[in-house]
Design a protein around this ligand. Sequence first.
Ligand code: KG4
Ligand code: ZN
Length: 330
Amino acid sequence: MRVLGVETSCDETAIGIVDGKFRVVANLSITHLEHSAFGGVVPEIASRMHIKLILPITEEALKRSGLKLEDVDGIAVTYGPGLVGSLLVGLAFGKSLAYFFEKPFVGVNHLEAHMFSIFLNRQVPKEPYLFLIVSGGHTELIVMHKPGEYEILGGTVDDAAGEALDKFAKMLGLPYPGGPMIDQMASSGDPSFYRFPRAKVEGLNFSFSGLKTSALYYIREKGREYILQNINNICASYQEAVVDMLLSKVKKAISSTHIRKLGVVGGVSMNSRIRQKFNEELRDVDLHFPDPEYTVDNGAMIAATGIYYLQRGIQYGFDLPAKPDLIFEK
Ligand code: KG4
Ligand code: ZN
């Protein structure tokens, strides 16, 4: 069995093909660089880019894997959460393929797919997993009792972790998305150079807006020259505050649930300091990060989630709408 996965929820047009054993047959994506000059994703540009790229990327993924659409056994498409126009492009495309080639069609929750990213080229586990999903739009702590059975423990009350990094980068005049550049500059900086405040939020929720505001005042107070002279140290200090806030809630979730299997997924889990500090401080936890190519938005994670449900006989009708605010409804 092979499934073609279509991902167009934000600013990556991505196609993946995965087989019945969760092995990745193809994984191709293009990030729209057109947004960088605007300091964030422009929904109208994203929709237009998806329309332009979706067919050539699909053709290329099939060519590279030596397959034809006839060889695929199902079509899986992200139907939320995400930008409505972007989701609609992927859905219309995927539904058309499924209809024309008479293949089963399955809608995929983008957040669930990020969780599945750690099972690619491996197996879906039988035991419960704790997940930290950290992306540009989400920061969620979730228990996967088993695929399809989720318990949300906490989430952000304001900005997402990726947003906190991207907005800080914007304050420094860096192009969008700033997360990877902060990571890069921080790698040669001192995280104890300045102590940005760590928000104290009830339970297992997160808050990053106080950190963002404190950074704004810090930049204003110190002035441009000082900031530029100490840019690596300041990036490392800010990034450290984000990592510490994530880590402290994860530790709390581990001690309250007693689940010792942890997946850290979503674009921000690419961050090298997160990977380093989580590995150092959670030594007695079975910790998993996705491989780099499956960390930021990709088609393979969508195909893998689709395979899981299609193997259990679950398919969707062509009346499935785009759900921009989807969290968990399965
Ligand atoms: O999962 P993703 O590709 O898209 C969404 O579903 O949002 O995540 C994108 C986010 C952006 O905020 C980007 O800045 C962040 O992931 N990101 C990083 C790194 N690479 C990507 N943040 C910190 N360090 C990185 N190396
Ligand atoms: Zn994502």
